[in-house]
Design a protein around this ligand. Structure first.
Ligand code: 26Q
Length: 875
C-alpha cells in the first residue's frame, strides 16, 4: 500500500508520535506520501518569509556597470571580501575566481530578466535533452558575449594582471565525449544568440571526460574532478528538486467509474537536484539556462537502515544513489547493457520532464490541451529517448489523461536527432533489465508497441517480416528494446546531421519508417558557433576580418563571403599569412610549455584531431606518414615540403584497437622524430589530452584538416567546420559534412580522395586488400616497415592485430582501398603549399565559404521547421 493522501499521512504521523504499534513502518510510507503530495512548485520545505513591502524590493538593485572602473572595483571586492585573500596571497586561481564572480553577476542580472520575460509572455519553449554538454571554458566566452573582453583586459592590466593567464587556469567543463556533446554546447550558444526560449537539460557529472596521459606511448586515463576548485558558473536550486523512482512493481486497480489506474509502488527513490548555468547570447541581453541534474539520496532512503542501527550501510546507500551522476561514460559509441547508464538516462528524462510538466501544472492545473502547442523536446540521439515513455507515464498515471490524449501530446512534442549510421552503435536495452529497473516504463513501451504494430499491420497487411523488422522489441534469446525505433515512433520529427547522413538514414537504417512516415524525416546539417570557434579563439584573424568587412559576421556568418575578393589582394594575403604564422607559433609555444614537444613552425601543419576510431582512419594517416618517411630514407626529397603531422584524440578505455592505434602513432613518431636523416622534413606528434580548450589553440594554427573517414560512416563531423573557419584546407573523403564543405568552397579548394559511399557498399563483398598491396610498391614499402617491427623493435608483435585488421578482406573501413588516392591527394597538397600565395588564396576562400557552418544557421532551421518558436527580446 502506498499512502498518497496527505491527511492519511498526517494521521499516521500522529500515531508515530504517540508511539502506537505498527506505526514505524507506516511512518516511512507516510513521509513518502507527504513528499509525493507536495505540489511541484514547492517540493522542498523552503519557508517563505513574511514581507511587508512588494517582493521585488528584496532584489531590486541598480544595474551593474560594464566600464573598466566597475570591473576593477568588483574584482577587488571579490578577491578581498568574498574570497578573503589579500596581497599576501596572490594566486592566479583566486584572480580567476574573482573576475569570474564579477562577470557572472552581470550575467545573472540579464538571466533573471530573460527568465521573467519568458514567463510573462508564456511563450512556446523548446528543451534540448542531452546526456552530454561539452561546454569547455566559460570565462572568456562570457566576456565575449557580454562585450567586455577588451575592458576586462584593460581592467586587469591596471591591477597588474594578464588576462590570458587567468583564462588558462579554468578547467574545461568536459561533460561530453566529442562531436555530439560539443554540438549541444554550440546549439545552446546559438539559441541564446537568436533569442530563442530554449533550455538545455543534462547531467552534472562529478567526473567528466577523463584526462589522457601518454606513458610509454600508451593512453593512460586519469579521472578529472573538474569541480575540485568549485564552479563559479553554476547555481544550485534545491527548491526545484524532483523525485525519481527505480525498481518496485506496478499495481492496477479500477476506480468507481471503471477507469483503470496504475501505481508504480515499492520503488527505491532518489532525488534529482538541479544546478543552473547561465548561457549568454552574443551582446543581446538574452541569457538562457542550462539545467544539469545531480543525483542525491532521499532522507527516508537512509532512515530505514539508520533505524535498523546500520549507520555505515545507510551512508553506503547514500553513495549508491549519488553514484548515478558520478561519471560520464567515456564511450562515443554504444556500450550495451550497463545498468548505471540506464539509470543516468532515466534520471535525465524523468527529472527534466517532471520539471517542465510541474511548471505547466503550476500555471494551468490539469488542463493539458495546450501543452503540445507550448512545449517541445529535442532528443540528442537516443540517449534520452526513454523520455517518450516517461512523458506518457506522467500524463497517464500522474495527471489522469487517457491513452489517446497522452499519446497525441507525446507524439507532437518529441523530436529526435540521429548521430550515427553504424548499425552496431544503435542503442538497445534488454527487456528484462527494463522490467527490473523501470517496470512501469516497460509496460508503457509494450503498449506503445502494440498500438504501433497495429498501425504497421494496417499499412502492410500480412507482412509479418515487416512487423518483426519494425517492432520496438527485437526478439531473440535476450529480448531488447530498440531505442531508436521508440524515438522515431514517439516523435513528430526525425533528423540526420548532414545531407548524406539524412539520405542514408532514409534509404538504409530507417527505410521502413521512412516509407510509413516520409514527412517525419528531415536534414539539419550541423554547425559550430562562430563566437567560440572564430571570434573567441582567433582574435587576430577576427580583427582582420572585422576591419575588412565589418563586424556583422559574428552573428551572420554568411557575411564571410565578402572576403572572397580579398583573396586576390596581395596585401590582404600578406596579413592573412602573418596571422596564420602567429597562430602556428602560439601552438608551437604551447606544446613546448605543456609537453616539451618541439614543432617546426615553418612546416605545413597537418592536423587530425578527433576521437580515435577505426572508421575515422587515423591508421590511413599513419600509413601516409610512414610513406613520407620511406621517401626521405630513399632520398626522394626534391622540392620537399616540410610537414608536421599532428594527431590528437582520446580512445574509449575499453576500445583495445583504438588504444593500439595511439601506441602505434607514438612509436612511429619516436622513430621518425629521432632520425637525423629526417630532421625538420617530417615530424609526427601525438597531442595528448585533446579537448575543447586544446582545439581553441589548434584550429587557428592548422594548415591542413584531415577528414578521412570511410565514406558513409561519419554522420557529419564538426571539427572539419572549425578548421575550415580558421582557414585550414581540407583533405577529405565524400563523407558527412565534407560533401557540403566542398560544395561551398569549390572543388579546386578542397583535396578530394577515396571511394564514394556507393563504391564502398558495392565493393564490400569482394574487397581484396592483398591485390591492392600487390599492385602498389609504396604500400608494400610501408607494410614492410610495419611488419618487420621497425617501430617496435623491443616490443615484438604488439602491432600484429592492427596490421591484420587492414589486411583483412572483411575490413569494414577499407583503409587500403583509399591508400593510393590519399597519397596522390597529399602530393596535390604539397604542390599547393609550395606556392604560398596560392595556398593563402585558398585559405582565405575556405574561411570565406564557411558561412553555412554556423550553428546560427542550423538552429534557425531547427526553429523554422521543427520548434517554431518566436524570438523574445528581454525587457
Ligand atoms: C551510448 C550508450 C552507452 C554509452 C555511450 C553511448 C554514446 C555516447 C556518446 C554513444 C555515442 C556518443 C556520441 C556520438 C557522437 O559524438 N557522434 C557524433 O556526433 C556529431 C554531431 O552530430 C557528428 O558530427 C559526428 O559525425 C558523430 O560521430
Amino acid at each position: 500500500m502506498l499512502i498518497t493522501d496527505p491527511s492519511q499521512s498526517l494521521a499516521v504521523l500522529k500515531c508515530y508520535i504517540r508511539g502506537e504499534a505498527g506505526a514505524n513502518d507506516l511512518f516511512q510510507q507516510a513521509m513518502l506520501g507527504i513528499f509525493n503530495c507536495i505540489p511541484h512548485s514547492k517540493p522542498m520545505p523552503h519557508r517563505i518569509f513574511r514581507i511587508s513591502k512588494p517582493k521585488a524590493e528584496i532584489t531590486q538593485l541598480p544595474k551593474l556597470g560594464l566600464a573598466k572602473k566597475h570591473l576593477i572595483t568588483d574584482f577587488k571586492h571579490y578577491y578581498s571580501h568574498r574570497l578573503g585573500r589579500d596581497e599576501n596571497c596572490v594566486s592566479v586561481h583566486y584572480a580567476y575566481q574573482a573576475l569570474s564572480l564579477a562577470i557572472s553577476d552581470r550575467l545573472v542580472e540579464r538571466w533573471k530578466n530573460t527568465y521573467n520575460t519568458y514567463r510573462d509572455q508564456s511563450c512556446r519553449k523548446a528543451y534540448y535533452l542531452s546526456m552530454e554538454f561539452l561546454m569547455g571554458r566559460s570565462l572568456s566566452n562570457a566576456m565575449l558575449n557580454l562585450g567586455v573582453d577588451d575592458v576586462a583586459h584593460k581592467a586587469l592590466y591596471e591591477v597588474g594582471i594578464h588576462l590570458e593567464e587567468l583564462i588558462d587556469v579554468e578547467p574545461d567543463a568536459g561533460l561530453g565525449n566529442g562531436g555530439l556533446g560539443r554540438l549541444a554546447a554550440c546549439f545552446i550558444d546559438s539559441c541564446a544568440t537568436l533569442q530563442l526560449p530554449v533550455t538545455g537539460y543534462g547531467l552534472r557529472y562529478e567526473y567528466g571526460m577523463f584526462s589522457q596521459d601518454i606513458v610509454n606511448g600508451e593512453q593512460v586515463e586519469r579521472p578529472e574532478h573538474w569541480l575540485r576548485m568549485g564552479n563559479i558558473w553554476e547555481i544550485e536550486r534545491p527548491e526545484y528538486m524532483v523525485r525519481i523512482h527505480f525498481g518496485g512493481h506496478t499495481e492496477t486497480y479500477v476506480d468507481e467509474h471503471g477507469k483503470p489506474h496504475v501505481h508504480w509502488v515499492n520503488t527505491q527513490d532518489i532525488l534529482a537536484l538541479p544546478f543552473d548555468t547561465p548561457i549568454p547570447g552574443y551582446q543581446n541581453d538574452t541569457v538562457n539556462t542550462l539545467r544539469l541534474w545531480k543525483a542525491v539520496s532521499t532522507e527516508e532512503f537512509n532512515l530505514q537502515e539508520f533505524n535498523a542501527g546500520d549507520y555505515a550501510e545507510a551512508v553506503a546507500q547514500k553513495n549508491t544513489a549519488e553514484n548515478i551522476t558520478m561519471v560520464l561514460y567515456p564511450n562515443d559509441a554504444n556500450e550495451n547493457g550497463k545498468v548505471l547508464r540506464l539509470k543516468q538516462q532515466y534520471l535525465l528524462a524523468s527529472a527534466s520532464l517532471q520539471d517542465v510538466v510541474g511548471r505547466w501544472v503550476a500555471s494551468y492545473g490539469s488542463d493539458f490541451s495546450q501543452f503540445a502547442e507550448k512545449n517541445c523536446f529535442q532528443l540528442n540521439d537516443t540517449h534520452p529517448s526513454i523520455a517518450v515513455a516517461e512523458l506518457m507515464r506522467l500524463l497517464l498515471d500522474k495527471h489522469g489523461l487517457s491513452w489517446q490524449a497522452a499519446w497525441d501530446i507525446t507524439r507532437s512534442t518529441m523530436a529526435y536527432t540521429n548521430h550515427t549510421l553504424l548499425p552496431e552503435a544503435l542503442e538497445k536495452w534488454p527487456v528484462h533489465l527494463m522490467q527490473q529497473l523501470l517496470p512501469r516504463l516497460m509496460e508503457i513501451i509494450f503498449e506503445i508497441n502494440a498500438h504501433f504494430l497495429a498501425e504497421v499491420s494496417a499499412h502492410w497487411p500480412g507482412d509479418s517480416a515487416r512487423l518483426a523488422r519494425m517492432s520496438l522489441i527485437e526478439e531473440g534469446a535476450c529480448k531488447q528494446v530498440r531505442m531508436a525505433y521508440l524515438a522515431i515512433v514517439g516523435s513528430y520529427s526525425v533528423n540526420g546531421v548532414a545531407e548524406l547522413h539524412s539520405k542514408l538514414l532514409k534509404e538504409g537504417l530507417f527505410s521502413d519508417f521512412y516509407e510509413l512516415w516520409p514527412n517525419k524525416f528531415n536534414n539539419k546539417t550541423n554547425g559550430v558557433t562562430p563566437r567560440r570557434w572564430l571570434a573567441g579563439c582567433n582574435p587576430l584573424l577576427s580583427e582582420l576580418i572585422t576591419n575588412t568587412i565589418g563586424a556583422e559576421w559574428v552573428t551572420d556568418l554568411s557575411q564571410l563571403a565578402k572576403l572572397k575578393p580579398y583573396a586576390e589582394d596581395p596585401a590582404f594575403r600578406k596579413k592573412w599569412r602573418a596571422i596564420k604564422q602567429h597562430n602556428k607559433n602560439r601552438l608551437v609555444a604551447l606544446k613546448k610549455q605543456e609537453h616539451d614537444l618541439d614543432l617546426n613552425p615553418n612546416a605545413l601543419f597537418d592536423v587530425q584531431v578527433k576521437r580515435i576510431h577505426e572508421y575515422k582512419r587515423q591508421l590511413l594517416n599513419v600509413l601516409h606518414v610512414i610513406h613520407l618517411y620511406n621517401r626521405i630514407k630513399q632520398g626522394d626529397t626534391a622540392n620537399w615540403v616540410p610537414r608536421c603531422v599532428l594527431i590528437g584524440g582520446k580512445a574509449a578505455p575499453g576500445y583495445v584497437m583504438a588504444k593500439k592505434i595511439i601506441k602505434l602513432i607514438n612509436n612511429v613518431a619516436e622513430v621518425i622524430n629521432h632520425d637525423p636523416q629526417v630532421g625538420d622534413k617530417l615530424k609526427l606528434i601525438f597531442l595528448p589530452n585533446y579537448r575543447v580548450s586544446a582545439m581553441e589553440v589548434i584550429a587557428p594554427g592548422a594548415d591542413l584538416s584531415e577528414q578521412i573517414s570511410t565514406a558513409g560512416k561519419e554522420a557529419s563531423g564538426t571539427g572539419n567546420m572549425k578548421l575550415m573557419m580558421n582557414g585550414a584546407l581540407t583533405i577529405g573523403t565524400l563523407d558527412g559534412a565534407n560533401i557540403e564543405i566542398r560544395e561551398e568552397v569549390g572543388d579546386e579548394n578542397f583535396f578530394l580522395f577515396g571511394l564514394t559511399e556507393a563504391e564502398v557498399e558495392a565493393q564490400k563483398h569482394h574487397y581484396q586488400p592483398q591485390a591492392i598491396i600487390d599492385a602498389d610498391t609504396d604500400l608494400q614499402g610501408v607494410l614492410y616497415l610495419l611488419e618487420c617491427g621497425h617501430f617496435n623493435q623491443f616490443e615484438p608483435g604488439i602491432f600484429n592485430e592492427v596490421i591484420a585488421s587492414i589486411k583483412n578482406p572483411h575490413d569494414p573501413w577499407m583503409t587500403l582501398a583509399d591508400f593510393r588516392s590519399f597519397v596522390n591527394a597529399q602530393v596535390q597538397v604539397e604542390s599547393a603549399y609550395r606556392d604560398q600565395e596560392q595556398w593563402t588564396r585558398m585559405s582565405i576562400l575556405n574561411t570565406a565559404a564557411s558561412g553555412k557552418f554556423s550553428t546560427d544557421r542550423t538552429i534557425a532551421e531547427y526553429n523554422r521547421e521543427i520548434w517554431k518558436l518566436t524570438p523574445v527580446q528581454p525587457r
